[in-house]
Write a protein that binds this ligand. Sequence first.
Ligand SMILES: *C/C=C(C)/C=C/C=C(C)/C=C/C1=C(C)CCCC1(C)C
Length: 196
Amino acid sequence: MLVSALITGIAAVHYYYMRDYYLATGENPTVLRYIDWTLTVPLMCVEFYLLTKAAGASKSLLWKLILASVWMLVAGYIGEAFGNGRAGFIALWGFLSTLGYLYVLYTAWFGEVAQLAAKSGNPSVVSGIKALAWFVLVGWAIYPIGYMCVEGGWLNTGLGMTSNSVDLFYNIADAINKIGFGLVVYNIAVTSSAKA
Ligand SMILES: *C/C=C(C)/C=C/C=C(C)/C=C/C1=C(C)CCCC1(C)C
């Protein structure tokens, strides 16, 4: 619960900064956005680790998840900040970023996290990890949609989406995922403590 509070708290502070930045410049707050994600997404990996720790999750699992998610964000930042409308560059870094995403997605659905959840023998951990895995599959997939709206991105050139849509998608996705993760973790905490 503490980690969930940190995630939403850190995001809240960054949203105030992002609002000020947007009002002052009229530009997308890309740097602030990625600073926020670089703190909050690894904390989501910490949640996966803590929830499966009793079933034997190792530190190396935690580091693999953190590394994959930071790779995803660094590659995405490079594509977004230095793309300058170049379609090939943006697609390449978007692809490289997606590799990190797929690693987290795989681990949550079929890999170590899923296996440890099954091993835990705790039904609220099993269903909670499944719910988080759904968030990673559906909620996290909104971000690449936003990314593809940047100038030179596939949805920008293909469907005429503007770079304003980037922030719209990112804002919606942040609300869904950060609050969603928090509610799932809260539910696990409440149902597990009721049984204990
Ligand atoms: C609270 C913030 C969260 C959960 C942020 C998640 C961000 C992503 C899942 C971003 C993914 C990206 C790709 C998979 C490819 C294109 C570049 C990114 C960084 C937007």
